[in-house]
Design a protein around this ligand. Structure first.
Ligand code: 13P
Ligand code: SF4
Length: 369
């Protein structure tokens, strides 16, 4: 390949061909060398859904909340190479200082759920809802959302939530206003508000495609408005999966992520964030049996880590989160070599105004967790 072609690929954010010809061993050796060379100037946070070959290089692995906290606390690293998805890297950029640079090794590593709410839809929804409910609503957004939506929420008195602090944040939100608009995951919103006592009949759904409130009762009874978004991975766990497990393994416990639909969470024995799931399985007795309803890279890692327990996926046909899987060794190495060569690629930059508003929403969450 010509040098010119190489730089064109760099600019466009496409992995240069040369990285496809390297062996796994070559890439691993080079990544280790760069980590050694950069020392504390480099920080690689990795989400639990990352592939095994990538997570082995993470300086710290965690759920969304832990990763956000680590980035907020880290003041030494000049370069933060985020092994996760786009909204996580945006959050890291918002929470770090102006001298620190955040990168996402593959810009195509998005999140289908975060893509289900854009800021234009959100502004339209807010105007329509304010028209009906006046100033009685506080917005909460799952961190699986764009920086623009976090900024919107910050500006309107709300906060971000993650799957590990959603209960506390929902309780806080009800001290602020009578109603909550919960973006963009209807399932996390429904599961959490149901747990703290909101009846399902007092939850409405906002359809952002048709700009329409879906609700059949009296509008004044609505306590929660759920954005009609979902995770395409976690919607893959069904009531039938739970029935099959109960029939085949009566002793098996079922644990799921709260992004699963309400009916599935209701039939499970427990639910929680990726960290909660890891902790519960790690502390379980040898010989115990578990069906897990979450992403497959994590489930497979738990199976490998606990040969003394019988662990399976709640859905035998589940596959990994495809966007998390975009981060692979070639992209990680490309990103790290860019840093070393002073030709950084795939930097995530959230503009100042968005950062200032989004940080308000994130800090309201971090202060309470
Ligand atoms: P956790 O915060 O539980 O790690 O979840 C993040 C996520 O994207 C789950 O799909
Ligand atoms: Fe997004 Fe679902 Fe993948 Fe999590 S598992 S990053 S919510 S698509």
């Amino acid at each position: 390949m010509s040098i010119l072609h190489y730089f064109e690929e760099q600019k466009s954010g496409t992995l240069p061909e040369i990285y496809r010809d390297l062996t796994r061993e070559q890439m691993e050796t080079r990544i280790l060398e760069i980590k050694e060379q950069l020392g504390d100037k480099l920080f690689i946070p990795g989400h639990h859904y990352q592939r095994d070959d990538v997570i082995q290089f993470a300086d710290a692995a965690g759920d969304s909340l832990q990763l956000a906290q680590m980035c907020a606390d880290n003041k030494e690293a000049e370069h933060i190479v985020f092994c996760g998805v786009h909204f996580m890297a945006e959050t890291a950029d918002i929470l770090t200082n102006n001298q620190q640079k955040v990168y996402l090794p593959d810009m195509r590593a998005g999140c289908s759920m975060a893509d289900m709410a854009d800021i234009f839809q959100t502004n339209r929804a807010w105007a329509a809802l304010e028209n009906v409910f006046g100033e009685t609503i506080v917005p909460l957004t799952y961190v699986n959302s764009t920086a623009a939506i976090k900024a919107f929420v910050g500006k309107n008195g709300g906060a971000t939530v993650t799957s590990s602090n959603a209960h506390a944040m929902v309780k806080w939100a009800f001290t602020q206003k009578e109603r909550i608009l919960f973006l963009p995951d209807q399932h996390l919103g429904r599961n959490t508000t149901f747990d703290i006592g909101v009846p399902l009949e007092e939850m409405a759904v906002w359809d952002p495609i048709h700009d329409k409130l879906e609700y059949e009762g009296r509008l004044e009874d609505i306590q929660v408005i759920l954005w009609k978004g979902h995770c395409s991975v976690h919607e893959g766990f069904s009531v039938q999966n739970t029935i099959d497990i109960r029939n085949e393994y009566p002793e098996m416990r079922i644990i799921v992520h709260p992004e699963c639909p309400r009916e599935v969470v209701a039939l499970a024995d427990d639910s929680g964030s990726t960290k909660n799931i890891i902790d519960i399985i790690s502390n379980a007795a040898a010989g115990s049996q578990w069906a897990i309803g979450t992403e497959m890279n994590l489930v497979n890692r738990l199976i490998q880590a606990h040969p003394d327990k019988h662990i399976i996926s709640l859905n035998p046909h589940m596959c990994p989160c495809l966007t998390m899987n975009r981060i692979d060794l070639p992209h990680l190495l490309w990103c790290l070599e860019g840093i070393v060569n002073g030709e950084a690629v795939n930097q995530i930059i959230v503009d100042e105004q968005t950062t200032n508003d989004a940080i308000t929403a994130l800090e309201r969450m971090l202060e309470r967790t």
